[in-house]
Design a protein around this ligand. Structure first.
Ligand code: AP5
Ligand code: ZN
Length: 217
């Protein structure tokens, strides 16, 4: 399976991707997670990226394209395919991705866009809790951990992302509509785009996704 999973902030990309990964034995490459790793390490790139992320903008194409390219090249988990989560985010990134995949003779099979109305996303984003080490996400209301603020698996504390404020969310959404909506059109023209109603429960969204992948087998 070679998949681009698109959708606005809080659409459920990070919630659905682990299920797809497990089912299809592919790697899950999330540029946002990779950038947050850099922030945690305190690298120069991390420091630069944090400012941009907390302001809802996009980190430079060169950096994110480089990160994806090197994972596709070197990560053994990507041998049977991949899920790209949060990449590409503009048409330049989409074109570069096509070039990289053409060289490997492994073109994209699906670009699936999780569709949710902007106003539904506020509560999802402001209630999100994250286990930083694994990337597991919970929600205060919609998917609460067994013990408050504690990861179910490791017992470690959960945190909120620094860009998960209502104010930054509006900027992220504005960036999404300006830069990433055209990526959906790009994939529609190529005939590999499918939209999924992601306002439904995670279980229902997963059912719609697996149907798309099964039907095209
Ligand atoms: P990134 O990490 O990609 O953030 P995002 O796109 O804003 O998406 P989120 O991670 O917020 O949402 P999600 O869809 O994964 O939602 P989740 O499943 O967690 O990027 C962050 C930043 O990095 C960007 O702003 C940019 O600055 C930079 N960046 C990243 N990639 C880049 C690139 N390619 N180029 C340039 N810059 C880049 O769900 C959210 C919450 O809702 C959770 O609490 C969950 O439990 C809950 N939930 C999920 N599904 C449901 C449901 N069906 N019903 C109810 N609740 C649900
Ligand atoms: Zn995510």
């Amino acid at each position: 399976l070679r998949l681009v999973l698109m959708g606005p902030p809080g659409a459920g990309k990070g919630t659905q991707a682990p299920k797809i990964k497990e089912t299809y034995n592919v790697c899950h490459l999330a540029t946002g997670d990779m950038l947050r790793e850099e922030v945690k390490k305190g690298s120069e790139l991390g420091k630069e990226a944090k400012k941009i992320m907390d302001n809802g903008g996009l980190v430079s194409d060169e950096i994110v394209i480089g990160m994806i390219g090197s994972q596709l090249e070197n990560n053994p988990e990507c041998q049977l395919g991949f899920i790209l989560d949060g990449f590409p985010r503009n048409v330049t990134q989409a074109e570069k991705l096509d070039e990289m995949l053409a060289k490997r003779k492994q073109p994209l099979e699906h670009a699936v866009q999780l569709l949710v109305n902007d106003n539904l996303l506020v509560s999802r984003i402001t209630g999100r809790l994250i286990h930083p080490a694994s990337g597991r996400s919970y929600h205060k209301e919609f998917a609460p951990p067994k013990k408050p603020m504690t990861d179910d698996v490791t017992g470690e504390p959960l945190i909120q992302r620094s860009d998960d404020t209502a104010e930054t969310l509006w900027k992220r959404l504005e960036t999404y509509h300006k830069q990433t909506d055209p990526v959906a059109d790009y994939y529609k023209k190529k005939g590999i785009w499918t939209g999924v109603d992601a306002a439904q429960s995670p279980k229902t969204v997963w059912a719609s996704l697996s149907k798309i992948f099964e039907e095209s087998k």
